[in-house]
Design a protein around this ligand. Structure first.
Ligand code: ZN
Length: 221
């Protein structure tokens, strides 16, 4: 009896020793869960705009400088990992690869872009919780969108049908993705949740106002 892939609704045979079929195994590796689909730049855009709007509304808050400094700290740590490796000291390969990818992003991307992208992921998670299949899937998407800020991590090919150049992200091993997600979450997780709660408060307030207006209009003579 061939075993079936464990993904709900998938009729494919399980691949080798894996409980999943080949396709879903690939998806787990790439996205952190068999049913997770990649979060696109386009999807994240409105949440990035919310973060920018919050900053524009509070230009004098020191929050923005502190958040940017947190990213510099992440980069400083990553540079330290690479430095220790260059000096011939032992370390884990996945740790070195994660550090390399982070430093590349730091070199190519303006710090605020990284900050607002990471924070935006938490806003999206708060407002669209079902968009993320699991915590691991969220971590993968967080890293995916931050990596997506630089071309260095992507190869390009020409799509004849759409007549435009498309980027393909070279996959990096899940262990490396986790090692990249961890410092990003440590730096931006708590502030991301705080800002997400603030956005939700405003949505709730607006809904409440609409409800009261509707009731008041109903009650008009
Ligand atoms: Zn499957």
């Amino acid at each position: 009896m061939p075993r079936h892939c464990r993904t709900p609704g998938c009729q494919e045979a399980a691949h080798g020793y894996s409980p999943f079929c080949e396709n879903h195994k690939k998806t787990i590796r790439r996205h952190g869960a068999p049913t997770q689909q990649g979060v696109t730049v386009h999807e994240l855009k409105p949440y990035v705009a919310l973060v920018d709007a919050r900053k524009a509304k509070n230009p004098d808050s020191e929050a923005w400088a502190i958040l940017t400094a947190r990213w510099e700290t992440v980069l400083g740590h990553a540079q330290g990992v690479l430095q220790r490796h260059a000096e011939g000291r032992a370390g884990f390969r996945w740790e070195r690869l994660a550090a390399h990818h982070l430093v590349t992003i730091g070199r190519d991307v303006e710090p605020w872009s990284v900050v607002k992208t990471a924070i935006a992921m938490y806003l999206m998670q708060d407002q669209r919780p079902t968009r993320f299949a699991s915590d691991a899937a969220f971590d993968h998407q967080l890293v995916r969108r931050v990596r997506g800020l630089t071309d260095t991590n992507a190869g390009a090919y020409w799509d004849h049908q759409e007549q435009r150049s498309k980027r393909v992200y070279r996959d990096i091993p899940p262990r490396v993705i986790q090692a990249m997600a961890q410092p990003l979450k440590a730096a931006f997780g708590a502030p991301g949740l705080t800002l997400a709660a603030k956005e939700r408060e405003e949505i709730d307030k607006a809904n409440e106002e609409r409800r009261r207006l509707a009731n008041a209009l109903e009650g008009l003579a």
